[in-house]
Design a protein around this ligand. Structure first.
Ligand SMILES: Cc1cc2nc3c(=O)[nH]c(=O)nc-3n(C[C@H](O)[C@H](O)[C@H](O)COP(=O)(O)OP(=O)(O)OC[C@H]3O[C@@H](n4cnc5c(N)ncnc54)[C@H](O)[C@@H]3O)c2cc1C
Length: 287
């Protein structure tokens, strides 16, 4: 339960951080809130020789608007997401998701950037970012680029990040005013990762679905964007038969592992159940 020896670095700018990561090579890891990385180090599942702590990089903090986008610094904590007035007004889904992550102790230090960059299929934010059509601003020694959340996740703990690159910000196009949203998460107890979870953002017009987007958590090696399921719902009044068809389409793309949370069959079925509940709640919130 004691991590291996490492050298601690504390840069004060993004340039200094990516310079260190590039120079130190594959033995170096970025440290954000540490609430995924440190447990992995204690279990010796991660053994970095160098930790580059991002806590001193002020540019990585905060929430700003840029035109119709909301830009959240990677080191913004889950606790700060819950209390942010701009997010509560424009993307209330983020508050709802953050409140379901772990417990207050974890949320005080766990960051949005660490959650999306980690690549753990159990993390809640990646599927939510896919649902919202978010993109990640990525910086390396060679410069900056932007990667869509829907293209970022390639396997368990395997993402589009190149060695030495950092996620510096998360950019979310603000959903339309009056949108409905919900995050339904089945977990065994407070503080647990999802057995299965579903994020929904939709707009309604004349009692019918005008737009719909769905993300699924912890039911495959990567978070899932359930495009087909959303297509089935478009134009419908979310009647029971159409919702059942959409839930079946969502279940069809799931391939969860068997673990203490349940068998693949159970977790797949729960993805459909979570989606059905999320759709009902999102509809009730849409104006
Ligand atoms: C008891 C417990 C329960 C938890 N339950 C949940 C849960 O229900 N849902 C959930 O989503 N999470 C859960 N977590 C995880 C928690 O949300 C973590 O805080 C989060 O996964 C990682 O964020 P972090 O800031 O702690 O990152 P760290 O642990 O510091 O880093 C995680 C990984 O991401 C890399 N990284 C960090 N920041 C960046 C960056 N900006 N750019 C590139 N790479 C980066 C690190 O090098 C590391 O590989 C739980 C954790 C604990 C301890």
């Amino acid at each position: 339960m004691i991590p291996g020896a490492f050298t601690y670095h504390r840069p004060s700018s993004v340039a200094e951080a990516v310079g260190l990561l590039a120079d130190l090579g594959e033995d170096a890891r970025a440290l954000a809130g540490g609430h995924s990385l440190i447990p992995m180090m204690k279990l010796r599942l991660a053994t970095p020789s160098h930790l580059v702590d991002l806590a001193g990089v002020k540019d990585l903090k905060g929430v700003a608007t840029d035109g119709s986008d909301i830009v959240i610094g990677a080191m913004t904590t889950q606790h700060e997401l819950i209390g942010n007035a701009t997010l509560t007004a424009k993307v209330p889904l983020l508050r709802e998701v953050s409140q379901q992550i772990a417990d207050p102790q974890v949320r005080y230090v766990g960051t949005l950037g660490g959650n999306v960059a980690n690549g753990d299929p159990g993390n809640d934010m990646p599927a939510v970012m896919m649902c919202l059509g978010a993109s990640y601003e990525v910086t390396g020694k060679a410069g900056k680029r932007r990667v869509a959340a829907r293209e970022f996740y390639q396997g368990a703990y395997f993402t589009a990040l190149e060695p030495g690159e950092l996620v510096t910000a998360i950019r979310i196009p603000a959903p339309a005013a009056g949108h409905g949203y919900a995050y339904e998460k089945l977990k065994r107890k407070i503080g647990d990762y999802a057995t299965a979870a579903a994020a929904v953002v939709l707009t309604m017009s004349g009692g019918r679905v005008a737009t719909c987007s769905i993300g699924l958590t912890n039911v495959a090696e990567t978070p899932l964007w359930a495009e087909e399921a959303a297509k089935i719902l478009n134009g419908s009044g979310l009647d029971a038969a159409t919702v059942k068809k959409a839930a079946a389409a969502a279940e069809a793309i799931c391939s969860p592992a068997s673990d203490r949370r349940g068998t693949p069959q159970y977790r797949t079925k729960m993805a459909g159940v979570m989606l059905t509940r999320a759709l009902a709640r999102a509809k009730s919130r849409a104006r």
